[in-house]
Design a protein around this ligand. Structure first.
Ligand SMILES: O=C(O)CCC(=O)C(=O)O
Length: 269
């Protein structure tokens, strides 16, 4: 559960880092499962090298249902999502990422004012700023600030490392970062091998309540489905706890979730 201060932190600053949400022992299991899953997804190919594209597996959790599905039935991870997005939020895709270097400053999906999508990010390694821990620009989920940064970030006379307001999120395995997709973020190190799990979600919208939000939601679900393929395997749906099921039902109701091309292991039955 997030405290009221943590909820205000997220709303005001665009992120909240929950330190030590998962134990060292749990992280060891997740870390081992991650490596095995990524190897399986590479299908015999070697790990990507520095300078090559990162390995990004989306959706990811079907590569080890026993280890990864329970993360979405775990109140420690899910309750904060409910607190931040509301009861009827929608899970989109899980990701496993093996980075080959850093990421420049960017934001992810930008919903219209009054609605947002977000990620819970679990970095599996100890990361300092020098190792490429994620940086954020607090407050950049706010439209006017974000638009100004988007237009000018490469044009304010300082390099990416020196952007005023850069806030490094030093990571210990077990920390979970909740971040609004609108928030500017980066990882500024060429060091390869950073490992991350992302759980992506969006607030719900209905046509009756707000057409602009609903149209954005439909476009977002459509874009994610076209880009990544089917979100949920049959096994993922069948084994869902009531709380997990609630995260899947709305996407399915809208014609997504269990539709689209099978890109990874979404054909698990
Ligand atoms: O390099 C990272 O850790 C961040 C990656 C990221 O922000 C993204 O995939 O959108």
């Amino acid at each position: 559960m997030l405290t009221q201060e943590q909820i205000r932190h997220f709303r005001t600053l665009g992120f909240v880092l929950c330190k030590g949400l998962l134990s060292k022992e749990e992280m060891q299991v997740i870390s081992d499962a991650f490596d095995t899953a990524m190897e399986k997804a590479r299908d015999g190919a070697p790990k990507p090298k520095p300078g090559e594209a990162r390995q990004q597996v989306v959706p990811f959790f079907d590569y080890d249902p026993e280890t990864f599905y329970p993360l979405l039935d775990d109140a420690r991870i899910v309750e904060p999502l409910v607190q931040l997005m509301g009861e009827d939020f929608i899970l989109t895709v899980s990701e496993g990422i093996l980075h080959t270097g850093g990421s420049g400053w960017h934001h992810d999906a930008c919903a219209p004012e009054g609605i947002f999508s977000m990620r819970a990010a679990i970095y599996l390694d100890r990361l300092s700023a020098a190792d490429g821990c994620l940086n954020v620009i607090p407050g950049s989920h706010m439209k006017e600030y974000r638009d100004a940064i988007a237009s000018n970030i490469n044009n304010v006379g300082v390099g990416p490392e020196d952007i005023p307001g850069r806030y490094p999120l030093v990571n210990e395995p077990g920390d979970v970062l909740y971040m609004n997709h609108k928030t500017f973020h980066s990882a500024l190190s060429d060091k390869p091998g950073r490992r991350a799990i992302h759980i992506n979600c969006t607030q719900n919208a209905t046509r009756e309540k707000n057409t602009e939000h609903f149209d954005w939601l439909m476009g977002f679900l459509n874009g994610e489905t076209n880009g990544w393929g089917r979100f949920y395997s049959d096994r993922f749906i069948r084994t869902a706890s009531p709380r997990r099921k609630k995260m899947l039902d709305r996407a399915i109701e809208l014609g997504f979730g269990n539709t689209g091309r099978v890109t990874h292991l979404q054909d698990l039955t």
